[in-house]
Design a protein around this ligand. Structure first.
Ligand SMILES: *Cc1c(COP(=O)(O)O)cnc(C)c1O
Length: 467
């Protein structure tokens, strides 16, 4: 019975072929599939499919996944996904995952698989080079941006030698547009009492560095111990980039740990048209940057880059008797010494394989295309009579329709509902200073002019229907 867990070669190839065919059909059907199908009953049949002692036919299991999972909710693989921060799902990355899982190679500790650790560290060094970090910097490949931010904050806390008694004075500077995972990470890092100092923003939703300087000086005078400055390289709401170079100057003068959240926008440094807007990112102490956003990799891959890797090591390294075989001095730092994780998926392969097979150029071109598509949408929305937010720094813009009479918030909420019910495009919304805004976020490698035009058409129809 136990041997059933190891199907023979013929069976393996047959199952793999079924999955490969099924996945390929899904991708093939994407241009004509709905991106949003609200169906809260979907998957209810799983209740009649309990985990049981006995087996079920592979085909039946695949059919249940198809029926219960693949046709409801939001489809992040679709090029029509223009909400939140869209994902991607480069197919070659799935093959890297498949290989990593089927071989179950372990990239946590150098000794256990020097080659696998070298793959992950090579990716981190490539990212460090892309953003302009020094050669000795490193970081960690994480499950996403939230954990990347957590590792950075934990490292900053240790690098500044903060102890629990210091936390209620350790002021953290951020903006109202900073991603909520920064506050969440501070709390998880034990620093929930740290005073959060919200720096005012200009009309582009970028932090005002002069006001920040005054705040830091006043806080010191008032007895606080300014600790960390968090800049955003592309905010989630509007894609705004804080003035990173000016923030770096101030962090240097005031000896603040300068963390940049580039989970969404960091990889736009690869795009010539906007890369220069990220100037100053190379002067940060730590940076969160998500391949599962800006490099179109399937969900499950973020990265944190840290200039002072020794501080990162001190903040995360631990040892145990059962790890004694692995403790010889190694040429490469081990991911397990630089993050909260020990046993983990060999997640580097899902990025290394596509980067090797395609090279960087198509990623660069796709990012450039996203920037152009967002500008195109912004201009057309204005021409269509929408009120728009600022000209997009990257590939996200906000807009709303101001109807001749009635409550604009209610109107835009209804308009968003209209788009979502249509199902061919997916947009999401936010509130800024209390006002309801619809967002246009272009980041899927599958979004091209056709998808943007389609979304604009639906919005045009929606406004007409609601007026
Ligand atoms: C998405 C995002 C995060 C969180 O990253 P996850 O990968 O979702 O954990 C953090 N910051 C910004 C700016 C983001 O856009």
């Amino acid at each position: 019975m136990a041997r059933q867990l190891e199907p023979d070669a013929e069976q393996r190839i047959e199952w793999s072929a079924q999955i490969a065919k099924y996945a390929s059909d899904i991708i093939e059907a994407l241009p004509d599939s709905r991106v949003y199908s609200p169906d809260t009953d979907a998957g209810a049949a799983f209740r009649e499919m309990p985990i049981q002692e006995g087996s079920r036919p592979f085909e039946a299991v695949l059919a249940a996944i198809d029926a219960g999972v693949m046709h409801n909710g939001i489809n992040p693989a679709s090029g029509g996904h223009l909400g939140y921060v869209p994902g991607g799902g480069v197919f070659a990355a799935a093959l890297g995952d498949y290989l990593a899982a089927a071989s179950n190679r372990y990239a946590g500790i150098f000794y256990a698989n020097p080659g696998a650790v070298r793959v992950e560290n090579a990716l981190l060094r490539w990212m460090c080079q892309v953003v302009g970090y020094p050669a000795h910097a490193l970081g960690n490949l994480t499950s996403g941006g939230s954990i990347a931010n957590l590792i950075a904050i934990t490292t900053a806390r240790e690098a500044h030698g903060l102890k629990a008694a210091d936390y209620d004075k350790a002021a953290v500077y951020l903006s109202a547009q900073t991603h909520h995972c920064v506050q969440k990470s501070l709390r998880m890092a034990g620093m929930g009492e740290a005073p959060l100092r919200y720096v005012p923003m200009d009309e582009h939703y970028r932090m005002k560095p002069d006001v920040l300087r005054e705040m830091v000086i006043a806080d010191r005078r008032a007895g606080l111990k300014p600790f960390m400055l968090v800049g955003s390289a592309g905010t989630t709401d509007t894609g705004a980039i804080d003035p990173l170079d000016a923030l770096a100057d101030l962090a240097q003068e005031e000896r603040l740990w300068f963390h940049v959240d580039g989970a969404y926008g960091g990889f736009f440094i690869l795009a010539d048209s906007v890369g220069h807007l990220l100037k100053g990112i190379e002067r940060s102490d730590s940076l969160a940057i998500d391949p599962h956003k800006g490099l179109f990799i399937p969900y499950g891959l973020g990265a944190v880059l840290i200039r002072d890797v020794e501080a990162q090591f001190r903040a995360h390294h631990y040892t145990a008797h059962y790890l004694q075989d692995a403790m010889e001095a190694d040429e490469e730092l081990s991911p397990a010494d630089l993050s909260p994780e020990l046993t983990r998926h060999f997640r580097g392969l899902r990025l290394w394989l596509p980067l090797q097979v395609f090279g960087v150029a198509p990623f660069r071109a796709a990012l450039e295309e996203k920037v152009l598509l967002c500008r195109y949408a912004w201009e057309h929305l204005q021409a269509m009579g929408f009120e728009t937010g600022p000209f997009p720094d990257l590939s996200i813009c906000i807009f709303r329709y101001v109807p001749p009479s009635g409550d604009p918030d209610a109107f835009n909420e209804a308009l968003l509902h209209y788009v979502q019910q249509d199902g061919r495009a997916y947009l999401s919304s936010t509130r800024i200073s209390g006002a309801f805004w619809i967002r246009f976020a272009v980041l899927s490698f599958r979004t091209h002019k056709r998808e943007v035009d389609q979304a604009l058409d639906i919005l045009r129809e929606g406004v007409a229907a609601l007026l």
